[in-house]
Design a protein around this ligand. Structure first.
Ligand SMILES: [Zn+2]
Ligand SMILES: [Zn+2]
Length: 455
């Protein structure tokens, strides 16, 4: 119901506002004398004060069993009005609905007491377009409580809201009608209708008003608000971690399946939020069922190939972070080039270094002689020699772990036609190409170390 207020201010945006010279109330610090001016009282009344009175009344009044059952059933219907209707149908056009289904979704959706479709979908499109920025109407970056209810309860400067195209919604007669008659519609579907059902049905007028009306709409509101707060704060990011949306089963359970929010922000026009059959997404199941009985069509799905690409990239990103924490040895590009003669001289001196060459790379094995699993004698006999073939099967086909360990001992690249040295010389005078070359060498996967002999 914060809606009408927001709409008014939205309409004002396009006109030059003389009061703009004075800073908007949201720009001023909250003080003891002005705090009440910061509050959007209309929203606060319906989001905080009415629910609180509902809870107090519920303490003194027990509902009939039928009222309790109906409250839960109506909760799911009005919740679906938001998730399948406001969100997946109108905000994202992820499927097409027949007129009877649209009328049902617009009716139960308004009963969720969260504004008109037009207002809700416009803000939601701006949320997707400007996620986590100043223009995101409910950016979690401004705090969890702000993204949950703060953005509605505290006055916001409409100048900061991002814009979103809603021409399609302005052409939908059901959306237009619902927006125009919002107050009547929300009072009827939010309070009058559930009271009538319980009153006329089994005589529980008061219970119908408190439980199926006030408390039921409170729970639907809070569940939806969780998508803006919890789904941007709790859980995993299997598809992209550059923004805040996250996947979590708890959020999914609270929001009729809207908790797979990382997937949703990546693939917003997909009618599903959960893509695995075992994940909880009753909104998806409802849309699928409507399709089967002819009420819905054109259910949009992103190609599995695109979905998997995102998942693999994200996995790779995590792996690369882990990989960067390990010592893989000095990068080949940073090693000095050593001539064969220098290598021989250095390794044959009595006080020289214990150098050995494998696949064009010089390794200092001094610290490893005592620990060599193949024995001290063997590794000592490799000093001053190119033992590429010994290392790669001539004497022993070394393990992947051995290749990894060897890489940490590298100290230089042999000059004189070896493959690595040639690769380095190719980039002389071409720093950008060199960087790309290095980048291509940066991710070393099992069995692909440079010291391994290429067949
Ligand atoms: Zn979101
Ligand atoms: Zn969305």
């Amino acid at each position: 119901m914060s809606v009408e207020k927001s709409n008014t201010s939205h309409e004002q945006r396009s006109k030059p506002d003389r009061r703009e010279r004075r800073p908007h109330i949201s720009e001023m610090p909250i003080t003891l004398s002005n705090w009440h001016q910061h509050v959007n009282w209309l929203s606060a009344f319906f989001i905080i004060i009415v629910p609180l009175t509902g809870f107090v009344a519920a303490y003194f009044y027990r509902p009939y069993t039928y009222t309790a059952i109906f409250s839960v059933v109506y909760y799911f219907n009005t919740g679906l009005g938001i998730t399948a209707g406001y969100h997946r149908l109108w905000a994202h056009s992820s499927y097409k609905a027949s007129t009877p289904l649209k009328i049902y979704l617009a009716a139960v959706g308004v009963g969720a007491v969260q504004g008109s479709i037009r207002w809700w979908a416009r803000d939601h499109r701006a949320h997707h377009r400007y996620t986590d920025t100043e223009k995101d109407p409910y950016s979690v970056r401004k705090g969890l409580l702000y993204s949950h209810i703060g953005w509605m309860v505290m006055k916001q400067n409409p100048k900061h809201y991002g814009r979103a195209d809603i021409t399609d919604l302005n052409e939908d007669p059901i959306v237009v009608w619902q927006h125009r008659h919002y107050i009547k519609a929300v009072l009827f579907m939010g309070l009058v209708f559930p009271t009538l059902v319980c009153g006329l049905g089994w005589g529980d007028w008061v219970g119908g008003f408190i439980y199926a009306g006030i408390l039921r709409s409170t729970f639907v509101q809070q569940a939806t608000f969780c998508v803006n707060s919890l789904a941007h704060w709790l859980g995993d990011q299997p598809f992209d971690d550059r923004h805040s949306p996250r996947d979590h089963v708890i959020t999914a359970l609270m929001t009729l399946g809207e908790g797979y929010h990382n997937f949703h922000h990546e693939f917003p026009s997909d009618y599903r939020n959960a893509i695995e059959w075992w994940q909880y997404d009753p909104t998806k199941w409802a849309i699928w069922t409507w399709k089967k009985i002819g009420l819905a069509s054109d259910l949009k799905e992103f190609k599995q190939n695109e979905i998997e690409k995102g998942r693999v990239q994200q996995l790779q990103k995590k792996l690369d972070v882990k990989r960067a924490q390990l010592d893989w040895g000095t990068p080949i590009a940073q090693l000095p080039v050593i001539t064969w003669d220098n290598f021989k001289r250095e390794s044959s001196k009595s006080d020289g270094r214990a150098l050995t060459v494998i696949a064009g790379v010089v390794h200092d094995v001094a610290g490893f002689i005592q620990e060599h699993p193949g024995g001290k004698a063997l590794i000592s006999s490799a000093i001053g020699k190119d033992v590429t073939s010994w290392f790669n099967g001539g004497v022993y086909e070394h393990s992947n772990a051995a290749h990894n360990l060897l890489s940490t001992m590298r100290v230089g690249v042999i000059y004189g036609g070896c493959e690595v040295e040639i690769w380095k010389r190719e980039f002389i005078g071409k720093p950008d190409a060199m960087k790309q070359g290095i980048a291509s060498q940066e991710i070393v996967r099992a069995g692909e170390q440079i010291t391994k002999k290429t067949l």
